[in-house]
Design a protein around this ligand. Structure first.
Ligand code: ZN
Length: 126
């Protein structure tokens, strides 16, 4: 962190643009703080706007909600277990698809993890 910086953006080093993969930088405009991505035209992928800005307060509020539910919430162990099963299923399906694409036997499609409803929030996940 630069000790002479006028503003500090706590998420600055952690947020990446989903459209181009670049790290987003802190930006201040009209009284709001943003994280922004503004690649030069020659480096901009098709469909990437000239500027992408996300309000920092929105990111922080969303992150806080995520951490409160998924990391510190009462059902965190159930949600983590569900995520691990979903990752295992996805990895297994990817492996079977790869075998099939290489001319192997027709893969057996594994059943997907059953839907899960968070008892606290009613959020459904697969
Ligand atoms: Zn970008």
């Amino acid at each position: 962190m630069n000790p002479e910086a006028k503003r500090v953006y706590p998420l600055r080093s952690y947020v990446y643009c989903t459209q181009c993969g670049r790290r987003m930088f802190g930006n201040h405009m009209r009284g709001h703080r943003y994280l922004a991505c503004t690649p030069k035209k020659q480096w901009r992928p098709a469909g990437h706007p000239a500027t992408i800005r996300v309000r920092e307060d929105t990111l922080l509020t969303t992150l806080e909600g995520f951490l409160n539910r998924r990391v510190f919430g009462a059902y965190r162990a159930d949600l983590l277990d569900l995520n691990i099963k979903a990752l295992d299923d996805a990895a297994e399906q990817e492996r079977l698809d790869r075998i099939a694409s290489l001319g192997g036997r027709s893969p057996r499609t594994r059943p997907k993890a059953s839907a899960y409803v968070c008892p606290e929030h009613g959020v459904t996940a697969k």
